[in-house]
Design a protein around this ligand. Structure first.
Ligand SMILES: O=c1ccn([C@@H]2O[C@H](COP(=O)(O)O)[C@@H](O)[C@H]2O)c(=O)[nH]1
Length: 241
């Protein structure tokens, strides 16, 4: 399967835009939740919490159920370690995998190079500035800049390093579309339907506004997983975008 071709085809059935964050404490509750879902209506994101308890076999199980899986482990380490880690992810058959752009170009290039031997490599993207962070959080780690300035710097570095796209907030997608063009994949967490609990997110946007601004994919967790009727919540979001 050619993931890049699928990424640019904008039909709901072939290219669901919503990536549901499966932030569950164990595989049983995650699988119970997934049993309600249709792979034509969403993709799934497995992050650190669930992967730590459920591991590669759980990811492969989701793939056998026809779901595209974004393995969101945000690798941030020396180039050799990250290169081996993205290869391990590719062997699981995931659709998308990510690293931290703050690991720098040598790390990102090593990750990209490591995927060259795969016939159908996953999309490789890099996290810019976490959507839970705002200016004061960056200042705390020595970065005296607005989040959007740092996002742009890291997104440019990511593109120069040959990766397929970035994780950013939807508040930055219009800027990144202008600066980096129509084909760069922009994956945006921090998505909140109007009136939904913001939780620990800071740089947020509604699903419809995020798609209008140029997001390629929307990462949505709690507004769906903790909804009284998760399937209805997903359908309402899909209808709005
Ligand atoms: O900048 C980032 C990068 C990753 N995430 C992840 O997305 C989901 C968001 O879940 P919600 O419940 O919709 O807040 C979560 O798994 C994060 O680890 C992010 O939020 N921001």
């Amino acid at each position: 399967m050619n993931w890049k071709k699928i990424m640019t085809e904008n039909t709901l059935n072939n290219d669901p835009k919503v990536l549901i964050a499966l932030d569950f404490p164990d595989s049983i509750s995650a699988l119970e939740f997934v049993a309600q879902l249709n792979p034509n209506e969403c993709r799934l994101k497995v992050g650190k919490e669930l992967f730590a308890v459920a591991g590669p076999e759980f990811v492969k199980q989701l793939i056998r159920q026809q779901f595209d899986v974004f393995l969101d482990l945000k690798y941030h380490d020396i180039p050799n370690t990250v290169a081996k880690a993205v290869q391990a992810a590719a062997r699981m058959g995931v659709w998308m995998v990510n690293v931290h752009a703050s690991g720098g170009s040598k790390m990102m290039e090593a990750a990209k190079q490591a995927l060259a031997e795969f016939e159908q490599p996953p999309l490789l993207i890099a996290v810019t500035v976490l959507t839970s962070m705002q200016r004061e959080d960056l200042a705390e780690i020595g970065l005296d800049v607005e989040p959007q300035e740092h996002v742009l710097r890291l997104a440019k570095l990511t593109k120069q390093s040959g990766l397929d796209g970035v994780v950013c907030s939807a508040q930055e997608t219009a800027m990144l579309r202008t600066e980096l063009g129509p084909d760069f994949c922009l994956v945006t967490p921090g998505i909140r339907p109007a009136g939904a609990d913001v939780n620990d997110q800071k740089r947020i946007m509604t699903p419809a506004d995020a798609i209008k601004s140029g997001s390629s994919y929307l990462v949505i967790g709690r507004p769906i997983t903790q909804a009284a009727d998760p399937v209805a919540a997903l359908k309402a979001i899909n209808a709005s975008i």
